[in-house]
Write a protein that binds this ligand. Structure first.
Ligand code: ASP
Ligand code: MG
Length: 441
């Protein structure tokens, strides 16, 4: 039997009270558990600010942010810890940490220093948690992520290194109830401190879960799992109980912010279920992401705004080879990913969400045909088991869209998604109508 990995985000450990709440969650089962922790909320942003000041050669600005953080943490220590031994221990750790941060305000500043500064949020939060656990008598140990989390020369996780070194550390530290490590931070292929990009703690949890391997990876946030539609836009959304890994991957693009997009990959390859849970409501079921397919079931609706549609029409496309390649090369040369795409015999329409090179792209496309651009568009997608052998879902979904002008429809790219491109101003109406049609009781 493997253990569970539990990852807690910044707001879940945003205050000493919340941290104590987390402790009751992680010790409840009494079983050995592996904890991945983010920085306390706001800290990473403050550290990014410190780095920005230093890039701009403004050490006073940086020092002010550091001093404010230090004051905040001094209070946290008083609220979190109650014995002189652990308070002193944590205080001297924090003094060292903040002096270390201040040491960067004197020298030449590079991206290496930036990464090191930004890493300190997780270094601090995990240290505070392990000290608190030890103070209340829980057998807890902190494993330094920088000793086993590593990326390769392509900035991809070096799974073999991670597995080998995490296994070694677990062997060297047998018999603990709680194992803790820092989310987000890692070393790169050159042994320098680096990170897995903002929000990367989910990714750490997935990598740790795959490397151990764990029975289950739990991502604890402050939302009740993944919802079947956007609760800010639509009435009566519900938490989705179960998602297939593929469905979760489709939804990640649509900014289902609860889960970092890359997070699911290692868990998926290792076949380890990922459970999304709510720290505010720990008894709520949340969402489980695994390999199960619920036959014919539509799970969720999501939307993404600020989409631009580009159509290129050319009689030269008719029966021609190499036309699409030329079109794609133009997008590639401007590093602009294409999201949706539909073709006919004489034209192709594509959607992009990054329009920073729109003018250049359009100019080049004009060499190949007539170009039309529609801005302020929105992709609406329906996710579920939409295997083409299942019948009826297309009719159901298009029926829900019957009063909405639709610019593009895309189906068949995967078995799990059907997407519509509509005007942003129709988004609310479309989402509500889809919810009413697809999820009526
Ligand atoms: N602390 C990092 C951030 O704020 C990583 C994370 O929380 O996932 O992005
Ligand atoms: Mg997050």
């Amino acid at each position: 039997m493997g253990m569970k990995v539990m990852k807690f985000g910044g707001t879940s450990v945003g205050s000493p009270d919340r941290m104590k709440n987390v402790v009751s969650l992680i010790t409840a089962s009494g079983e050995p558990t592996f904890i991945v922790l983010s920085a306390m909320s706001g800290t990473t942003n403050s550290l990014v600010e410190v780095a920005d000041y230093l890039y701009k050669k403004n050490p006073e600005g940086a020092n002010e942010v550091i001093n404010n953080l230090e004051k905040k943490y001094a209070k946290h220590v008083d609220e979190l810890l109650s014995t002189a031994t652990y308070r002193d221990k944590t205080r001297s750790f924090l003094t060292e940490e903040f002096n270390y941060l201040r040491s960067f305000t004197k020298d030449l500043f590079t991206s290496f220093e930036e990464k090191t500064i930004v890493a300190q949020g997780e270094v601090i939060s995990t240290n505070m948690l392990v000290n608190y656990l030890q103070e209340i008598g829980v057998k807890a140990v902190l494993l330094n992520a920088l000793d086993f989390m590593r990326t390769d020369k392509n900035n991809e996780p070096d799974m073999a290194f991670i597995r080998e070194n995490l296994t070694r550390l677990m062997d060297e530290n047998q018999g603990y109830q709680i194992y803790i490590t820092q989310g987000f931070i890692c070393k790169n292929a050159y042994g320098e401190t680096d990170n897995l990009l903002r929000g990367g703690s989910d990714y750490t949890a997935s990598l740790v879960g795959a490397a151990l391997p764990a029975d289950e990876i739990q991502i604890w946030t402050d939302i009740d799992g993944m919802h079947n539609n956007d609760p800010r836009v639509v009435d009566k959304t519900e938490a989705v109980r179960q998602l297939n890994f593929e469905e979760a991957a489709e939804l990640a693009y649509f900014g289902a912010k609860i889960l970092h997009p890359t997070c699911v990959q290692p868990a998926k390859y290792a076949g380890i279920p990922v459970r999304l849970k709510n720290t505010m409501d720990p008894d709520a079921e949340g969402t489980i992401i695994n390999n199960d397919v619920l036959h014919g079931k539509i799970k969720a609706i999501a939307a993404k705004e600020k989409i631009t549609a580009i159509k290129i029409k050319s009689s030269r496309m008719l029966l021609a080879t190499g036309f699409l390649r030329k079109v794609f090369e133009i997008f590639e040369s401007y590093q602009t990913p294409i999201d949706m795409i539909v073709t006919s015999e004489v034209g192709v329409s594509m959607s992009i969400d990054n329009d920073s090179h729109l003018n250049e792209i359009v100019d080049e496309l004009k060499k190949y045909g007539t170009v039309t651009v529609d801005t302020d568009m929105c992709i609406v997608c329906v996710v579920g088991d939409l295997d083409w052998n299942n019948v009826g879902f297309e009719t159901l979904v298009t029926d829900a869209m019957k009063n909405i002008p639709v610019r593009m429809i895309s189906y068949g790219g995967s078995n799990y998604n059907i997407s519509f491109l509509i005007k942003e101003e129709d988004k609310q109406r479309a989402l509500q109508s889809l919810s009413d049609t697809l999820f009526k009781a």
